[in-house]
Write a protein that binds this ligand. Structure first.
Ligand SMILES: NC(=O)c1ccc[n+]([C@@H]2O[C@H](COP(=O)([O-])OP(=O)(O)OC[C@H]3O[C@@H](n4cnc5c(N)ncnc54)[C@H](O)[C@@H]3O)[C@@H](O)[C@H]2O)c1
Length: 369
């Protein structure tokens, strides 16, 4: 029997325990250690999983020759130094979103991982979720016609962060989903926001992404809303999809509705838009925990030397958009171009995202080394 992959998780705050639970349950993995500065958190996890070691010193994990892979679930400012140290110590590394605090940090991590032949993955969890996989399939097979625009709303009350604004906290999910669906980078980004509680830290933002062929996306993010909302609308020329991640069932609804211009008319008086109202249907979606699929994908990529679906490169693209959004906020919502997008074509149309064929996502656990 092949050896399990030995994994350590750093950060056992709000999100880390979910990673611990999932890695621990995967059969081809041995979750060996959890690291957190906070002894209370370690004690709590020890009470749940007595066989998993705890440590307050990250350096001890770096020096552990038996640890194959590291998962970093600390706050964003720690991502770069910890991921860098992890890669330098020869560990395959999964970093939570957003990948790092700047695109130059992301680029450095990508270069180190490449140089050392290590898997570098980012926790863009939604790309492993069944509804997003279904939406991608529906859009790619042309069921909604030509993609026109996407709007995303991710709202709730809190959790207010002190070092990053709400766009850096919540929008990475929407940006990663939108880039995955559109399949290219936006050439221009603008964003406005309001910092109502902490000066300089926006708790409400509205981001606008402009893609080639008049396709647009709008992302509204808020820690300052009475209701938890996780919604996305994908509008095509033939049909429209509404995705409600909070809905217990029927998370995706496909609306057979569209509006068309009449093909020809003689006078302006004869001109009428043609509205089509058809059925609404909801495809069956098997409910799997996306994080389980993400954790399994990380292990599969390590075992088979594959590039993850949510690779370091895709983490970098998301951070570039977040950086542009912050720059735009500073400039009162002015549009910020992604420079290489325009250089590549000399026009507003944009080349596809740098894309190496990613590994297949295997939802089912149980692959052996
Ligand atoms: N993929 C997702 O859906 C998802 C969801 C929530 C959060 N996240 C991400 O997970 C990461 C962690 O978020 P969180 O909400 O759990 O944060 P958190 O503040 O609740 O937890 C971070 C933990 O890291 C520990 N820590 C800090 N410095 C450390 C060090 N030097 N050594 C060891 N431990 C240290 C802290 O003590 C804390 O317990 C963030 O990047 C966040 O964006 C991802």
């Amino acid at each position: 029997m092949e050896k399990p992959i030995n994994v350590g998780v750093v950060g056992a705050g709000y999100w880390g325990p979910n990673l611990v639970r999932n890695f621990r349950a995967l059969p081809d993995c041995r979750l060996r250690i959890v690291c957190d500065l906070n002894q209370e958190r370690l004690r709590h996890l020890h009470s749940l999983y007595p066989e998993v070691a705890g440590d307050t010193q990250f350096e001890n994990l770096l020096g552990d020759a038996n640890l194959d892979a590291m998962v970093i679930a600390t706050s964003v400012r720690h991502h770069f130094p910890m991921a860098r140290a992890s890669l330098m110590a020869g560990k395959h590394t999964l970093i939570e979103k957003p990948m790092a605090a700047s695109s130059s940090e992301c680029a450095e991590l990508i270069a180190i991982a490449k140089q050392r032949g290590l898997v570098l993955m980012v926790g863009h969890t939604f790309l492993y979720s069944a509804p997003i996989r279904k939406i991608k399939e529906i859009v790619d097979n042309g069921e909604i016609g030509d993609l026109r625009y996407i709007s995303a709303r991710r709202l709730n009350l809190g959790l207010f962060q002190k070092d990053i604004n709400v766009a850096w906290d919540l929008a990475p999910h929407d940006i990663s989903i939108i880039l995955h669906i559109v399949g290219e980078l936006p050439y221009s980004i603008n964003c406005r926001g309001g910092a109502h509680l902490t000066k300089g830290i926006e708790d409400v933002t509205s981001m606008h992404l402009q893609f080639s062929r008049e396709r647009t996306a709008v992302i509204q993010s808020s820690w300052h809303d009475p209701r938890k909302v996780r919604e996305m609308t994908i509008v095509g020329s033939k049909r429209m999809i509404v995705y409600d991640d909070i809905a217990p069932q029927e998370k995706i609804k496909i609306f057979d509705v569209r509006v068309e211009r009449p093909p020809h008319y003689d006078t302006f008086a004869e001109f009428h838009y043609a509205y089509h109202y058809g059925d609404i249907y909801s495809p069956y979606i098997k409910q799997d925990e996306p994080l389980k699929a993400e954790c399994q994908h990380f292990l599969d990529c390590i075992r088979h030397g594959r590039i993850p679906l949510t690779s370091g490169e895709s983490g970098l693209q998301v951070v570039r958009i977040l950086e542009a959004s912050s720059e735009s906020i500073e400039q009162n919502g002015a549009p910020i171009d992604l420079p290489d997008a325009r250089q590549a074509t000399g026009t507003n149309s944009h080349p596809p995202m740098p894309h190496r064929k990613p590994a297949e996502i295997k939802v089912k656990a149980g692959k052996k080394r």
